[in-house]
Ligand binder design. Structure first.
Ligand code: FDA
Length: 401
């Protein structure tokens, strides 16, 4: 492999974390050679747009979401390139075509893949993770087509809303009693369901998908024997972290994520990790991995600077957000409805601040139709973790709306 090309920095992955790392690296190391290897056939994109902006009519073209910045930095971007091996000892990676590449530092930014249904291989059944998936779903969502979205979580609920804009007939089938019930209080989940029904979405709760039969139409069967018929199916079954490279390389993993120190270094020398795959010690909330774009962006940037030689700790507690028709939220921390919830509503009942408490500790804050309060939400969590929060004053700390 002495003939193998060598780059100062090799980024594995072509998502938001990879893009942020390439930009930060370039700024910190103007002369360095940077290579970005992505299995995706297209340049990095701002993934949240795949279930939001692109369906609103103005910009259905996913190319408008290209984060061309990675290429603009002068980094060499190779798309359609699956990396099959990472060998920390020899500081090399190997691609599916057998190309061996040496690195000075490497970044694991391999993100997640949509969970699929084993044994289902029908092009009318899709998921939503990549630009290709988005294009495919758009093509399936013709006027009047019956589309069943399976899954009542983040992607299922956003995608169902998006699909109503195409003139398709949308059914949302999910195993729970209410949409998003694991994260939203019953009051808000009930409101979301009312809005969905008013927008023409048929909600099918309590539906545990057991299988899909392919025929002239698709037949979805639940474990309880219920049947739904469809022209197309979108699976919103959650995502799985892409950690096989890290696992084969022998990196420390925990709970299926790649353990990093405060500088985002993995257990292997000169190998960093950022984005969905990184298990990091959040200064407010402890060890966690976060599958959200704010974290991908912020951790990618810190990793990039550290690859260039900085010693910058990653001390960001990520926020996340979602849009559901005319409602939306921003949030910090754990939105887990098994915690104790405290809701404060505005007088009109249209906006709320919800605190998620474990005993006296605030673990998460949901800002429902409440904007520009993410820093305040972080401060509440911080004060609570330090034991300096007056719980009696909590309800007045952020005004909903
Ligand atoms: P990401 O998954 O984006 O990228 C991973 C990259 O690695 C891909 O390019 C992949 O091809 C590549 N790769 C994987 N294995 C490889 C290998 N072996 N060799 C080469 N390349 C490999 N978040 C949020 O906060 N708010 C939101 O509203 C939304 N909305 C949303 C909508 C939709 C439809 C999706 C799919 C996701 C969201 N998210 C979100 C989640 C958010 O988009 C996600 O957390 C980040 O994109 C994660 O960024 P990463 O760069 O870590 O991985």
């Amino acid at each position: 492999s002495e003939f193998a090309p060598r780059y100062d920095h090799v980024i594995l992955g072509g998502g938001v974390a990879a893009d942020a790392a390439a930009r930060a690296l370039r700024e910190a190391a103007p002369e360095a050679s940077i290579l970005l290897l992505s299995a995706d056939p297209h340049s990095p994109v701002h993934r949240p747009a795949l279930s939001k902006d692109l369906w609103h009519g103005e910009s259905a073209d996913p190319d408008s979401q290209d984060l061309r910045t990675a290429a603009e930095t002068g980094a060499e971007v190779r798309t359609g390139t699956l990396v099959t091996e990472l060998m920390p000892r020899s500081h090399t990676v190997v691609t599916a075509r057998g190309t061996v590449i040496h690195y000075g530092t490497a970044l694991l930014a391999t993100g997640s893949s949509a969970r699929r249904l084993p044994g289902v291989d029908d092009e009318r059944v899709t998921c939503l993770r990549t630009v290709g998936d988005y294009r495919h779903l758009r093509a399936l969502a013709t006027e009047g087509a019956r589309i069943v979205v399976v899954g009542g979580g983040y992607i299922g609920s956003e995608a169902a809303a998006a699909l109503t804009r195409t003139g398709a007939q949308v059914t949302l089938a999910h195993p729970g009693r209410r949409l998003l019930e694991h994260m939203l209080p019953a009051s808000i989940a009930a409101h979301v369901e009312e809005v969905y029904a008013a927008r023409g979405i048929t909600l099918v709760p309590g539906f545990c998908l057991a299988g899909i039969e392919s025929g002239p139409e698709l037949v979805l069967r639940s474990g309880a024997g219920e049947e739904l018929r469809a022209d197309a199916v979108l699976l919103g079954l959650g995502a799985e972290l892409n950690i096989s490279l890290a696992a084969h390389a022998g990196l420390d993993l925990e709970g299926g994520a790649v353990v990093v120190d405060r500088f985002l270094r993995t257990s292997a020398p000169d190998v960093f990790a950022a984005g969905d795959v990184a298990l990091f010690d959040d200064p407010l909330l402890g060890w966690r991995h976060v599958e959200h774009v704010d974290h991908a962006q912020a951790s990618g940037a810190v990793a990039g600077r550290n690859m260039a030689g900085a010693q910058e700790p990653y001390e960001h507690t990520p926020m996340f957000y979602s849009d559901l028709f005319d409602d939306g939220y921003e949030a910090v921390g754990r939105l887990d409805t098994s915690l104790t919830l405290r809701e404060v509503w505005n007088p009109k009942g249209t906006a709320a601040v919800v605190h998620y408490l474990d005993g006296n500790t605030v673990e998460g804050v949901l800002l429902w139709n409440t904007w520009d309060q993410v820093p305040a939400a972080r401060e509440i969590i911080a004060a609570s973790q330090e034991g300096t929060l007056d719980l009696a004053a909590l309800d007045g700390m952020i005004t909903p709306g």
